[in-house]
Design a protein around this ligand. Sequence first.
Ligand code: DLZ
Length: 163
Amino acid sequence: MATQLKNLSDFSDTDIPSAAPYRFGIVVAEWNAEITNALYQGAYQSLVNNGALPDNIFNYSVPGSFELTSGADILLKNLHLDAVICLGCVIQGETRHFDFICNAVANGISNVAIKYSKPVIFGVLTTDNQQQAIDRAGGKHGNKGDEAAITAIKMASLAETLN
Ligand code: DLZ
């Protein structure tokens, strides 16, 4: 059963709808695999912990974060999904690759979300170095894959309520 929109004063960040009714795609970039695998574990576990059925979670990998956009597009075109979680890690290097990839994936994911009117979640770490990535993939700043999954559940619930 979908929850109704609430007054702003009623919101709580612990208020997570059940993920049981929804089908999720997870697209994971292979670049910086140690980090993205940790993000994936966090996201998957968080979906299951909030009621998602393992049979309703569809996991795919793509070579790098740049390909997350087309990965999400392919999943939404071919599978009947309520939300897609994109997981990647882009670490600043000596060239401008970082900026191009980050901008492309952020814009690309937004465009896919609008194209299908489905939540496509930006679970991409964009860090200065490896340590910052480790800190956000199960380290001292938590696991951003986990947060991406919670966002996906909330948005799938919102879409069900209003679409
Ligand atoms: C080429 C590249 C570089 C330099 N750095 C990263 C990175 O830090 N994280 C990431 O996910 N992918 C990186 N890539 C690969 C690109 O995302 C993409 O796979 C290639 O440019 C091929 O389109």
